[in-house]
Write a protein that binds this ligand. Structure first.
Ligand code: SF4
Length: 214
């Protein structure tokens, strides 16, 4: 029986994608090979409790919500996450997979929607991007840049242009909470007429300071 290392299971609203605001069942898997400077899920980078794959599927299916997100940590670091994603798709759920971009997204079930970070320089992890992922992006997927300053914004703008990202999937920009004023990032975007969607991390405004379960 396949097992997962799980950091937490909870129902909240989806906070940062084009699905933001919808009720969502979250399966947060434990463990991550990265160490982002702005990590807001430090507790999920290691540890976790073992859970049978069947139990994880049953929990997600039993929450009465249509949207399920498999997140982390880095969910794709656990091979059994791929089966979890497929099983949830089999049940007809809309499945979001939130990933750091450092691991191959090609094996993810094509029915799932990948929300892929492209880490910016201030995170210290931008060189860990698995570059073939940029070519694997499909229209149902979304890429997300989280900005801490002007250098990050310029990096995101260059990546959009160089890889034609806006033509291929939805592009999301947001700010590191407390590091860059949203108004400043929006001003830069509007000035450049950047073809991207700005978003706030909703859960950080609804439940300020609360780390887990949101
Ligand atoms: S990829 Fe996510 S969980 Fe991993 S260190 Fe970065 S922010 Fe934290």
């Amino acid at each position: 029986m396949a097992r997962l290392m799980v950091s937490e299971l909870f129902v909240s609203i989806q906070g940062e994608s084009s699905f933001a605001g919808w009720p969502c069942a979250f399966v947060r898997l434990a463990g991550c090979p990265l160490a982002c400077r702005w990590c807001d899920s430090l507790y999920a980078r290691q540890g976790g409790e073992p859970l049978a794959l069947d139990q994880a599927v049953a929990w997600a299916a039993g929450q009465g919500v249509e949207l399920v997100e498999v997140t982390g940590g880095e969910p794709l670091a656990q091979p059994a996450s791929l089966e979890l994603i497929s099983r949830l798709c089999d049940l007809g759920r809309t499945v979001l997979v939130e990933t750091s971009g450092a691991l191959d997204i090609a094996p993810v079930d094509p029915r799932a929607r990948v929300i892929m970070d492209v880490k910016c320089p201030s995170s210290g992890m931008h060189e860990r991007l698995h570059r073939p992922n940029l070519e694997a992006l499909q229209p149902r997927h979304e890429v997300k840049f989280v900005l801490a300053g002007r250098a990050d914004y310029e990096y995101a703008r260059a990546m959009l242009t160089e890889h034609g990202l806006a033509r291929r999937c939805q592009v999301l920009l947001s700010t590191v909470h407390g590091q860059l004023a949203p108004a400043q990032a929006v001003e830069w975007m509007l000035s450049d007429r950047l073809p991207a969607r700005f978003q706030l991390q909703l859960h950080k405004y609804i439940w300020p300071g609360q780390e887990r379960g949101v």
